[in-house]
Design a binder for this molecule. Structure first.
Ligand SMILES: O=C(O)CC1=CCC(=O)O1
Length: 258
């Protein structure tokens, strides 16, 4: 699996498909890793160069020693594009990955052809909530929050229907490095793009999960109203909609990238 060095740290990534095809970068949510995109990578790789990476502090990408902020998460994507000699790409990020996408649309619009901002918001949760969660995992490890994850990520119906898929994601969360997870909670505590998203001039599709309790359909609608020309699509899913409504998500993404 390839890595690149960025800001003195290691970023783990994976590519699928032919580098001659249009590139799409996929960015994971808090507590997951690049494997969350397996279905979308499989659906896109015949005619796209699919680049996915473990967000800093996740999977095989360590958080590094410096505090993590949204700018660092965004600059990691630019470093990855530079490393792969890709001038412009489409970007699809979910939740924290969707916030990274907003940052990129604000600060590096020339590098992106389209943004797909899934299950995200310009401000997710509250600073207090994120700092409490960071302190909890730093003190007690990932087990302290892993048990509650499924209910934040999926609808009860999906949890009942697909226990193996849910268990795999929650197991990965349990194995996640607590320091890396906490560093990204701290980044989210300070991330607030509400005053800036109206400046995004990259074509955008916002995807909201109709049953998402974390980044609600109202959050998605607000983003759509703020970002000029953005379109909003909803899926019958909770927060991790690319897994809960995987086929519909992949079809949407394919259609939007055409
Ligand atoms: O709290 C969660 O696990 C859901 C979530 C919030 C931001 C993110 O990326 O995932």
């Amino acid at each position: 699996m390839p890595y690149l060095e960025v800001a003195g740290d290691r970023l783990h990534y994976r590519t699928d498909g032919d580098a001659a095809h249009p590139c799409v970068v996929l960015s994971n949510s808090l507590g997951t890793d690049l494997s969350m995109w397996d279905a979308q990578a499989a659906a896109l790789a015949a005619d796209h160069y699919v680049v996915r990476y473990d967000a800093r502090g996740h999977g095989q990408s360590p958080a590094g020693s410096a505090p993590v902020d949204l700018a660092r998460l965004g600059q990691d994507v630019i470093a990855l594009l530079d490393h792969l000699h890709i001038d412009r790409a489409a970007f699809c990020g979910i939740s924290m990955g969707g916030m990274t996408g907003q940052w990129l649309g604000i600060h590096a619009p020339q590098r992106f052809t389209r943004l797909v901002l899934a299950n995200t918001a310009a401000r997710i949760g509250s600073a207090d909530g994120w700092l409490t969660r960071a302190a909890q995992v730093r003190q007690d490890g990932m087990a302290a929050i892993a048990d509650g994850a499924a209910a934040r990520w999926f609808t009860p119906a999906f949890i009942e229907r697909e226990p193996a898929i849910v268990a795999r994601l929650v197991d990965r969360l349990r194995q996640q490095d607590a320091g890396g997870y906490a560093a990204c909670c701290e980044a989210l505590a300070h991330a607030d793009l509400r005053a800036d998203v109206a400046s995004i001039a990259v074509p955008c599709m916002i995807v909201a999960g109709l049953s998402d309790p974390v980044t609600t359909p109202a959050d998605g609608a607000w983003l759509q109203q703020q970002i000029p020309g953005a379109r909003l699509t909803t899926l019958p899913a909770s927060h991790i909609s690319n897994i809960e409504a995987g086929a519909a998500f992949s079809a949407l993404l394919r259609a939007y990238l055409e």
